[in-house]
Design a protein around this ligand. Sequence first.
Ligand code: P6P
Length: 331
Amino acid sequence: MTDVTTLGEFIIEKQMDFPGSSGEFSRLLSAIRLASKIVSQQVNKAGLLSNILGAAGSDNIQGEAQQKLDVFANDQFIKALTARKVICGIASEENDEYISINEEGSYIVAMDPLDGSSNIDVNVSIGTIFSIYKRISPVGTPVTEADFLQKGTEQVAAGYVIYGSSTMLVYTTGNGVNGFTYDPGLGVFILSHPDMTVPSVGKIYSMNEGNFYKSSEGIQNFIKYAQEVDPGSNRPYTARYIGSLVADFHRNLIKGGVYLYPVTSTSPNGKLRLLYECNPMAMIIEQAGGKASDGQTRIMEIDPKSLHQRVAFFAGTSHMVNKIEELIAAE
Ligand code: P6P
């Protein structure tokens, strides 16, 4: 076991690439590491006597019934981030407004503490998604909404934790993507997937095809394209949809493919949230050599207008995102 790199060692090694750095960012990542371990422990025994299954009896801003694990995960990440005093504010899917933390903190975090939580009770993989920015308002003043409404291109880091057959933490700070697998016996994340890159040729598409007739002509044409028999272009593609963004995204990152959540007649702005789902996943997929757009615009170039703003989201192997954009443009 001595030839492995733990996440803690990796964070310190990367900090040493920036001589004179304050270590604040490393402490931030360590807070995320700690909260991920705590949430992983609860997720992995959710079916047992911990009585943490089921709805918490409250709704979030999306009007979605909060699951107890949602609330637990939200609390754990907020506590861990607050304790490190480097955060001035947090925006969370589970909180209507942003949370002011420490005026002396230099960073803000936008997060979905437990994405895909409707899958908790059926033992399907779920995940945490996080996005980190430097604040733009002066240190020593209260955090402002403008600190959160920065373009995705301004992210200093982004990542996700997938609570699946194993727990993995995957993140980027703008110099490639690295994946760490949690060893609960040792209580450490171990570098298992160094320098992750999405395959340049993909044949998996991930969409809720129940939305087919609620989607635009361009999206319908992409689904038909995906199903056509053409061995020369690896078609028909393979349909894989778990209904948990982190799980679908993670599989496509490793195997190649594209995730689609288009605007529909019932979700005219799309379903996924720009700040704490699409932007962090867009940073990861671009750092892994892929692409993320809303069908016309690069996700990370979209100017955010509100904390819980929704956008259409297409992310994965570049040629597949390009095909979706081409068919939308031809509508
Ligand atoms: P649908 C979960 O609620 C989520 O935000 C993503 O994790 C997932 O990909 C998507 O929504 C599932 O949405 O409409 O297909 O159930």
